[in-house]
Design a protein around this ligand. Structure first.
Ligand code: FAD
Length: 445
C-alpha cells in the first residue's frame, strides 16, 4: 500500500476497527512516513476542526483506535526506526515498531524488553504506550510505564513535546500523563525504552484444579507468601477447553481451572517446590513441571493463543479486562462462575492472575440486538462488582469506547473534573480521539 494518504476506505475494512466489535469508516487514512507528516496533518486538522485518531496495529481491545466520527485515521505503523544502544541498555524506537521486533533485537545483545502483551507479535510500541500495556511477565517485571525513559510526541496544535530522555527530566513528569492516555492528549512519535539483562528461564508449571476457586485461592496464597514467579496465568475450565479445541493439542486434561506458572531462573527449583506445596494444599488434581524448551514453548502457546481460541469458539465474543486486589481474586473468579450460571450467555475467564487481572469473555451465538443487550447488562454487573471489590475497570486494555460509560464508578467527580481539565489544556479543541476515555457527558462532541 504505497500511497500515504487514502480517501476511499470502503474496502480497507481492517482500518475500520480494532480487535473489538466497534467499527467506523474514516474520512481518510494517513499512513505517516515521518514526524513531519504527522505535524502537517495535525495542523491541518486543527485548522479545520477535524478529529484525529491515532492507530498502531489495531489490536486494541477497547475500541481506542476506531476513528472518531468524521475523523482522520492517522496510522503510525510505518514509523519503524529501531535504534538499539546496548551499552546504555536502552532503545529509541518509532511508535510503529512491533513489540516483538524490539524483544528480538534486544535478545541479540542478551538484553530484553519485558512488557510482552499476548499480542506482542502484532502490537506496536506506540499502542503499548498509549494503553500502558501489560503482559505475561508483568507479575515480575512490571508494565510498559516501568520501561519508558522518555517520549517525543506531537500535540494537538502541531507542536512537539519532549519528555524525559529527550529533554533532561526536571519539572513536571509530563511523559507520565501521556502513558495510558489512549491517543487523547498527543501522538507519540519517538519512545526511549529501558532494557534489562535477559533473564534465564525457570521451570514452567501447569497445574489443574477440580474447583476453580481452589485455583484462584492458590494464586492469592502464592502472592501472599511473597513468592514472585515470572508469570502466573489463570484459565478457567471453559477457557482452557477453548484452547484445547483451537490448538488441537489435547495437551492437558480439562479441569475447572488451570494455572500456568513460570518460576524465576534464580532459585527456580526452590521456588517450584514452594509453589508445588501451595498447589497441593489447595487440592490440585495434577501438576506438571517442564524445563525442556520445546515442551515449555508448547505450553506457553496455550496462553498466547487464548484470546484467538476463545474468539474462534463463538460468533460474538466481548472481552472485558477487570482487575482486583490479590485478596479478592478468588471472589472475582467465583462471581464470574456465578454469572455464567445465571445468564443465558457463555461466560468464561482467564488472565494475568499474578497481578489480579481477569479477562472475562461474554460469548453469544450471534450479534443480535437481544444478545448485545444481554451482554451489556452483564458487563455492567461485572464492572460494578470489580469496583466493589476494590478493583479497576481495566487491568490493561484501556477505557476507549468500551468503558467510558462506567468511568464514574471508579473515579469521583473531582478526579473526573481534573482529567477533563488536563484534556482541555492539551487539546482545547477536542480534536484528538475526542470520543474516547473520558465519559460522554464531559465530551464536547
Ligand atoms: C490476542 C490479543 C491479546 C492481547 N493481549 C494483551 C495483553 O496481554 N496485555 C495488554 O496490555 N494488551 C493486550 N491486548 C490488547 C492490545 O494488543 C494492546 O492494547 C496493545 O497495546 C495495542 O497496540 P496496537 O499497536 O494494536 O494499538 P491500537 O489498537 O492501534 O491502538 C490502541 C490505542 O493506542 C492509541 N495509539 C496507537 N498508536 C499511538 C501513537 N503513536 N500515539 C498515541 N496514541 C496511539 C490509539 O489511538 C488507541 O487509543 C491483546 C489484544 C489481542 C488482540
Amino acid at each position: 500500500m504505497p500511497t500515504s494518504l487514502l480517501t476511499d476506505l470502503t474496502s480497507l475494512t481492517d482500518y475500520h476497527h480494532d480487535a473489538t466489535t466497534y467499527s467506523a469508516e474514516p474520512i481518510a487514512l494517513l499512513l505517516a512516513e515521518s514526524e513531519g507528516d504527522i505535524i502537517t496533518a495535525v495542523r491541518f486538522c486543527a485548522d479545520n476542526n477535524i478529529p484525529i485518531t491515532a492507530r498502531g496495529a489495531g489490536t486494541g481491545l477497547s475500541g481506542g483506535c476506531v476513528v472518531s466520527p468524521g475523523g482522520l485515521l492517522l496510522s503510525t505503523e510505518r514509523l519503524r526506526q529501531l535504534d538499539l544502544i546496548p551499552e546504555r541498555r536502552m532503545a529509541i524506537c518509532g511508535p510503529g515498531v512491533i513489540t516483538k521486533e524490539l524483544v528480538d533485537a534486544a535478545a541479540a545483545h542478551n538484553l530484553t524488553y519485558p512488557p510482552d502483551p499476548a499480542s506482542y507479535e502484532e502490537s506496536t510500541l506506540g499502542g503499548n504506550v498509549a494503553e500502558n500495556a501489560g503482559g505475561l511477565r508483568c507479575k515480575r517485571f512490571g508494565v510498559t510505564k516501568d520501561y519508558i525513559m522518555g517520549l517525543e510526541a506531537v500535540l494537538p496544535d502541531g507542536s512537539l513535546l519532549k519528555t524525559g530522555y529527550f529533554n533532561q527530566g526536571a519539572g513536571f513528569s509530563l511523559g507520565d500523563l501521556l502513558i495510558g492516555s489512549e491517543g487523547t492528549l498527543a501522538i507519540v512519535t519517538r519512545i526511549a525504552l529501558r532494557l534489562i539483562d535477559c533473564p534465564g528461564r525457570g521451570e514452567t508449571i501447569l497445574v489443574g484444579f477440580d474447583q476453580a476457586e481452589n485455583g484462584a485461592r492458590t494464586v492469592t496464597e502464592i502472592n501472599t507468601a511473597g513468592i514472585i514467579p515470572t508469570v502466573m496465568e489463570f484459565l478457567d475450565g471453559d477457557a482452557a477447553a477453548c484452547s484445547n479445541e483451537y490448538e488441537k493439542s489435547g495437551d492437558f486434561d480439562i479441569v475447572a481451572a488451570l494455572l500456568l506458572i513460570e518460576t524465576t531462573d534464580i532459585k527456580a527449583q526452590e521456588q517450584a517446590c514452594q509453589i508445588e506445596a501451595i498447589c497441593q494444599n489447595n487440592h490440585c488434581s495434577f501438576l506438571r513441571k517442564e524445563t525442556d524448551p520445546d515442551q515449555t514453548d508448547k505450553l506457553w502457546r496455550i496462553r498466547r493463543n487464548l484470546s484467538l481460541a476463545v474468539k474462534a469458539a463463538t460468533d460474538l465474543r466481548i472481552s472485558e479486562d477487570v482487575a482486583v486486589p490479590n485478596s479478592q481474586f478468588p471472589t472475582l473468579v467465583g462471581f464470574v462462575a456465578e454469572m455464567n450460571h445465571q445468564s443465558r450467555l457463555r461466560i468464561n475467564s482467564y488472565g494475568h492472575a499474578g497481578d489480579g487481572n481477569l479477562h472475562v469473555n461474554f460469548m453469544a451465538p450471534s450479534d443480535s440486538d437481544d444478545h448485545l443487550a444481554e451482554i451489556d447488562r452483564w458487563v455492567a454487573i461485572l464492572m460494578r462488582k470489580s469496583i466493589q471489590l476494590g478493583g479497576t475497570l481495566t487491568g490493561e486494555h484501556g477505557i476507549g469506547l468500551a468503558k467510558r460509560n462506567y468511568l464514574d464508578l471508579e473515579f469521583d467527580t473531582p478526579t473526573l473534573e481534573i482529567m477533563q481539565i488536563v484534556k482541555s489544556i492539551f487539546d482545547p479543541r477536542f480534536t484528538f480521539n475526542p470520543d474516547k476515555l473520558l465519559p460522554p457527558k464531559n465530551n464536547l462532541v
